[in-house]
Design a protein around this ligand. Sequence first.
Ligand SMILES: Nc1nonc1C(=O)NC1CCNCC1
Length: 244
Amino acid sequence: MRIDVLSIFPDMFKPMTESIIGKAVNRGLVDFSVTDFRNFTNNKHNNVDDTPFGGGAGMLLTPQPIFDAMDAIKAKAGDYGRVILLDPAGVPFTQAVAEDLSGEEHITFIAGHYEGYDERIRELVTDEISLGDYVLTGGELGAMVIIDATVRLIPEVLGNRESAIGDSFSTGLLEYPQYTRPADFRGRQVPEVLTSGNHAKIAEWRMKESLRRTYLRRPDLLEKIELTKEQVKLLAEVEAEETT
Ligand SMILES: Nc1nonc1C(=O)NC1CCNCC1
């Protein structure tokens, strides 16, 4: 996967190159490049923003530097790929969106600042994505979150010590409680079933606890998935246990 980012704060992405992205880049799984579109301005003061027509508070990113930076990406990479604009008005970012993006060959992120973007910038965009219903100072943190959640899903990126299989949300449910050694920590025991060696019972316990955690914390997720007969049975047990 090739990832391009347009940002006027490219140094914000340096920590990423020392963690998950760095490993993926070193293993040839990801090409990662940040372009400072301030380098593409054609005005004396290298301004990337200007006042809005019609008046009003705040400054808008002007189209020229971004269009020219995108042209440079296209000249280097052959195309832009999926072009993601970080914007509170975008589609909420979810695990499903990350899974969709993880199959792409090339993704370009446009991380904005100031009040917003000149509307003509949206002509370049294939997807507008929001990190949530709040206002950030820029799109960089959003781009980093999306990149992290997406790149980890590329096969071979996560080593054997980690796995995306069974992640919360990837099954449509929250993850079950997990335990590791010691079995007895300051008198706190690991549930016996997990040390029973009975894999069928362990699987059932994990599904039930996943349903319990989802039922208690995110019941809205239960509306979005079709439960199997086994899951319906287990959920009924959870509901009975949680209401007594
Ligand atoms: N929430 C958000 N999800 O993606 N981007 C978000 C955001 O708040 N962007 C800011 C909006 C105001 N201008 C600076 C960028």
